[in-house]
Design a protein around this ligand. Sequence first.
Ligand code: ADP
Ligand code: ZN
Ligand code: ZN
Length: 731
Amino acid sequence: MIAEVIVDITNEQVDKVFDYIARPDTVAGERVTVPFGPRYITGYVLRLKETSEYPANLLKPLGQPKDDYPVLLPEFLALNDQMRAAFHLRNVDCMRLFIPTQLRNDKAKPLYINFIRLTEKFDDRELLENTRKNATKQIELIKSLRPDTMYAQTELNKRFGSANVNKLLDLGVVERVTTLKKRAPKVSERQDKIVTLTADQQRVVDSILNNREHEHLIFGVTGSGKTEVYMHIISQVLAEGKNAILLVPEISLTPQVLSTFTARFGDSVAILHSGLSDGERFDEWQRIRTGQARIVIGARSAIFAPIENVGAIILDEEHDPSYKAESNPRYTTHTVARMRSEYNHCPVIYGSATPSLDTFYRAKRGEVMLHLLPNRANAKPMPVIDIVNMCAEMANGNTGIFSEKLMTELENTVSAGNQAMLFINRRGFSSYMICRECGYVAKCEDCDVSLVYHKEDNQLKCHYCNRRYKALTNCPKCGSSYIRMGAMGTQKVVEELHERFPNVTILRMDYDTTKNKNSLNDLLEKFGKTKPCILVGTQMIAKGHDFPSVTLVGIMNADMSLHFSDFRSAERTYQLITQVAGRAGRADKEGKVILQTYTPKHYVYRFASNYDYLGFYEKEINLREVTQFPPFSRIIRVLITAEDKDEARSTTARLYSHIQDYYIEHRDKFLFCEAMASPVSRIEKKYRYQILCRFLLDTEPEISNFIYDTVSQDKHPKSLVFVEINPSNMS
Ligand code: ADP
Ligand code: ZN
Ligand code: ZN
């Protein structure tokens, strides 16, 4: 037999499958040692076949397997082919997604612990004869051991010296017992809260369980009890002997969320997230692979959990941008989930209070079944969202960052002993220009997306077509010279709060204050306990937290994400507002939301403050159709970077000339196709160029395939070239 093997080397040029002579016991999916040139390296057996097209004398024999079981499930061998086709990945990229680094680089090993105990034949007199009289330490050691008790060897070594412990081992007085220790991620304990499903929830559960071979979207307001729906579906799936995967955005994997699941499902839950140590990750992966864990909860990459017989795949907060892996290896989690569900004949369930336009559009077209949870599980109304016009504040002489209204509400909240969350929108940090008197924001005349201010050349640029405009000195609409860069930091807000509320605890939660492994949990725990308290934070505070005493949510600068140069900026802003607002008034106390903006009339704010997702969807999808942006078109960016400017330019020119030939032939399908310097022309010493294409969907996937193939066939050893599909960061 011949084994087709993927070798684990990163060399860009080697994406070949190599033939080896199989051992009689070789199985597909195993990790093996293979001779490769002068060395031995790791490989993965993709499949077995009868014959090779290479002459037998050129084939080398396969080495020994590296594990007791094939590391790749049969499902992943199929997934490998599908993912290669869909995302143009190399085999080795797929292997990197499927197999944890700790296993690939042989770094993590199972953790064994040695224990010492007295042997059964232990007899005092015999022992004392055998032990030299002056070996007082050894006698002391023996006397300290009680029969039928195990002692960690490292402890005894420390107390009595390893030479003495070893001597007694040699004499057979004590024996060593080795056990495998599981390094489990810590999850705080809590009592399972048993609830009876509401009629709405029950309807959704039933409908999904009755339509297993479908994709489903649960569109439920924040607090509508989607988690409870997931848990009921998982229970049913487990009862049928199947397993489940639940994906959650990384920053929502809070201790609160995890303990909800472990309280209900106990040890059968495995958790995969970036905070795990190498050992923990390795052990969780093994528990999954060996079938001990039956529910996998994790961030994006947990979609590759090696779990068999999957009965349900759930993507909570499906609109979250983190579900798209944009850098290498690139993939869309939704698509991978769909591939796995087809293999397993199980449902994919997307859940969100603010579905992505893409998914809702698919639901509208009948490709995804839509389920509604229009009310909060506790029947409380959604908090009222008050829009504050910051231009009017300016006109009234308030040039600060807090509106009068927000200040008053903060005072009320604090004096009632409650909690407030202040949200600072950091997306698109400081890049657009806004008129503080009338709210005017400069947009591209061709693309209808906000322009980005570039300080180096004092210009405004469109990131979608590279058109340049003069930076504003006066507002073209009202003539005012109060032009401002949209920028506000958490630190500044915290400083001002300290001045106004010297006796109130102010906590800050952003990237800087949560870099350490436990600092996020510590912060959340502290906030949970402190009243009154004001928590100032970025996007992180928008997710999944359930604090009953939060009665006020302030959105300091809602506009920031709205004027980010991204065709999805309205969608993202709608999602952010709804998620942040959902933090207020979750328990008995009523909640309130203050939203500060310079463009209060923008349709996003109108729809968001009325919780009118459907209205927003209709407006936005029409705009996308008219302007021919996704999902009605596709954007491909080929990004070329190199330290040498000429190298980057010539690679770009060469690739562009190929793409241009195609473009000229299919001009009617293209909305745009040009090569240019990237909007940010140099990052980390590398020059950046790009080829931007936007085209209609009816030729797909031919155009994308053509571009991918062009890039992969081109030789450019000194440039890095990435292909991005509908990228959200165009800088
Ligand atoms: P979502 O994920 O939709 O935002 P959650 O699942 O977090 O909502 O539920 C919000 C709150 O409602 C939680 O505290 C949850 O325990 C509670 N809850 C959910 N379903 C029910 C129910 N059927 N009866 C009572 N409480 C419920
Ligand atoms: Zn103006
Ligand atoms: Zn433009």
